[in-house]
Write a protein that binds this ligand. Structure first.
Ligand code: HEC
Length: 75
């Protein structure tokens, strides 16, 4: 799921690029908190608009699985 839905912006190794932030060195709970905010339509940074449609369709379970995967794999 990370490869299909996140890597095109955040990079295959979650390092980020240009205005796409790195997802490295962020704990799973912090990643989940941010995704939950985006899902609720709450802005975090200046480009949150790009994350709204991505987060909109995530279930709680998907957020949990994804953020655990990202933190375990890239931190
Ligand atoms: C269309 C490009 C794009 C896609 C696809 C995308 N992101 Fe993002 N993401 C961004 C941008 C741009 C930001 C910075 C948004 C802001 O300014 O708040 C961001 C921010 C984030 C943040 C907050 C990072 C921080 O440092 O505050 C998290 C967590 C995140 N994305 C996770 C994901 C996950 C997980 C996926 C896949 C389900 C994903 N993103 C897919 C563009 C994208």
């Amino acid at each position: 799921m990370f490869s299909a839905e996140c890597a095109q912006c955040h990079g295959r190794t979650a390092r980020g690029m240009a205005s796409f932030p790195t997802l490295r060195n962020i704990s799973a709970p912090m990643l989940a908190e941010k995704l939950t905010k985006y899902r609720a339509g709450e802005a975090i940074g200046p480009n949150s608009m790009l994350m709204f449609p991505v987060a909109e369709n995530l279930t709680d379970e998907e957020i949990e699985l994804l953020t655990t995967y990202i933190a375990d794999t890239f931190n």
